[in-house]
Design a protein around this ligand. Structure first.
Ligand SMILES: Cc1cc2nc3c(=O)[nH]c(=O)nc-3n(C[C@H](O)[C@H](O)[C@H](O)COP(=O)(O)OP(=O)(O)OC[C@H]3O[C@@H](n4cnc5c(N)ncnc54)[C@H](O)[C@@H]3O)c2cc1C
Length: 455
């Protein structure tokens, strides 16, 4: 079997290699020893056998969206799960089995046929694999929690090639570890998710205020959303108004923020509920409306094409959101040297907050907010300027962060990754390191937010 796989490997200096090693962030330029496109569990097993025989570490590519580029390991065998995107829905039991290389578009289209959904992310091309394994925050988090809170079971191929079904009664330590511990424990061939009734139509709220409106509307949003944390998945997203007829031309090129929210219950009720957020001053545009949930899930896709831009993202988890923090976030958005950059204040609470700290490897849900700096730019010559700005803004904001914690799916790149992972996982880090010994004692899966096996 290893010989067959060797013939299928995409190696350096072949026509396909450069395209196959590309991921979403155009800054990532790494050279794996070889790439294997997997279409089945058997392919994963054969790839791992080959890696063991050659002494290679393994990197796993799900959707390729990880901003730090963990899917591509320098000198590693890269397992590309892009051939494993199947989704099987059981509408009666309200569960879905999702293959490890699926993207959220695959899941949303298969589940929405039945009026069902699992909380995913905001962009339809993001991979289910990476997003789930480090938490997963999306529009449905207020009602149904993080993606991991809906993970019921998984089929995992471990470093020695064994396929393990983990659920609440079988290898529960592994299921717990998958809920926040990243791709450290094996290749997840299939995830099983709990589904919920959603839509098909939902209320999407998206008035866009110019930055010149100041922090007033955001303060109103903060107080409003705190009262509705069970109902609305919401964030304030700072960006730049494009020169497009969809926007009032008086505001073209100005920095702005969108007060975005999704009400995933009765759409008409949602429309009434979000009304106060839509009348907080002069607007550059208002994209609010009742629309299919599947459409909402693709609304931001055009901003984030694969391989087009260079990116550096970082985040902080916050206990509370003060006026001072809002003002600082607005100023950072105004000062960001790139018009393509985005930054956001995410609200939490609701179902996300009700999950006990010990229930998942992700850990405590004591954060009410998250601040994320998602810098995006085009030219390599701007790397230092935009990255430097983002890092400095993040460093300054760190004094507000809850125990110095950040969200591992927005963690930056090429910097103190071990320390960030340790801080983010807190008390769970040591338990995860022990679990790692059972499933990947040699740290074959080290291209991730790495948790080395306990000594
Ligand atoms: C445009 C964009 C939008 C985003 N929006 C959101 C959002 O709304 N909410 C949110 O929570 N996050 C969001 N993210 C962050 C995203 O969750 C992470 O970047 C995540 O790592 C992406 O998963 P992936 O499978 O696409 O990544 P990849 O780069 O393919 O994988 C990242 C790592 O995940 C692990 N992994 C992936 N699949 C598997 C698998 N099947 N088995 C084992 N390990 C695996 C591996 O360690 C791999 O190195 C966004 C990212 C981008 C670029």
């Amino acid at each position: 079997m290893t010989t067959d796989i060797a013939a299928r490997l995409i190696r350096p200096a072949t026509a396909e290699y450069d395209k196959a090693r590309m991921v979403w962030n155009a800054m990532i330029d790494r050279y794996p020893a070889a790439i294997l496109r997997c279409a089945s569990v058997q392919d994963i097993q054969a790839g791992l056998a080959y890696a063991r025989s050659q002494g290679l570490a393994v990197s796993i590519k799900g959707g390729g969206h990880n901003v730090a580029g963990h899917a591509v390991g320098e000198g590693a065998l890269m397992l590309d799960l892009g051939g494993m995107r199947g989704v099987t829905v059981d509408p009666t039991r309200r569960i879905a089995w999702v293959e490890g290389g699926a993207i959220w578009a695959d899941v949303d289209s298969a589940t929405q046929v039945h009026g069902l959904a699992v909380p995913g992310g905001l962009i339809s091309e993001t991979g289910v694999g990476g997003l789930t394994l480090s938490g997963g925050v999306g529009w449905l988090r207020s009602r149904h929690g993080l993606t991991i809170d809906n993970l019921l079971a998984a089929d995992v191929v471990t470093a020695d090639g064994e396929v393990i079904r983990t659920d609440a009664s079988h290898h529960p330590d592994l299921l717990w570890a998958l809920k926040g511990g990243g791709g450290n424990f094996g290749v997840v061939a299939r995830f099983c998710f709990q589904l919920h009734l959603v839509g098909p139509e939902v209320m999407f709220c998206a008035p866009i205020y110019p930055a010149s409106a100041g922090i007033g509307p955001i303060k109103v949003w903060r107080d409003f959303i705190s009262q509705h944390s069970d109902d609305l998945g919401s964030l304030v997203e700072f960006s730049t108004i494009p020169e497009s007829p969809d926007y009032d031309s008086a505001y073209w090129g100005q920095r702005c923020y969108t007060i975005a929210a999704v009400f995933a219950g009765d759409a008409a009720e949602g429309e009434r509920l979000v009304e106060p957020l839509r009348n907080l001053g002069p607007k550059a545009a208002d994209f609010s409306g009742i629309m299919p949930y599947a459409t909402v899930q693709t609304l931001f896709d055009a901003l984030m094409p694969t391989g087009a831009y260079r990116c550096y993202w970082k985040s902080h988890l916050l206990a509370k959101l003060t006026d001072e923090m809002i003002a600082e976030a607005l100023q950072n958005a105004v000062d960001n040297p790139s018009d393509r950059s985005i930054s956001s204040i995410w609200s939490f609470g609701g179902a996300t907050a009700r999950v006990p700290a010990e229930a998942t490897a992700f850990g405590s849900r004591d954060f009410g907010w998250m601040y994320s700096l998602d810098s995006v730019w085009e030219k390599p010559e701007d790397d230092q300027k935009v990255r430097g700005f983002t890092r400095a803004a993040w460093d300054r904001f760190r004094r507000h962060a809850l125990d110095g914690r950040l969200y591992l799916n927005f963690a930056g790149q090429d910097e103190d990754s071990a320390e960030l992972t340790r801080t983010a996982l807190g008390r769970n880090f040591a338990r995860l390191a022990k679990i790692k010994v059972s499933y990947d004692p040699g740290n074959m899966f080290c291209f991730n937010q790495n948790i080395p096996p306990a000594a």
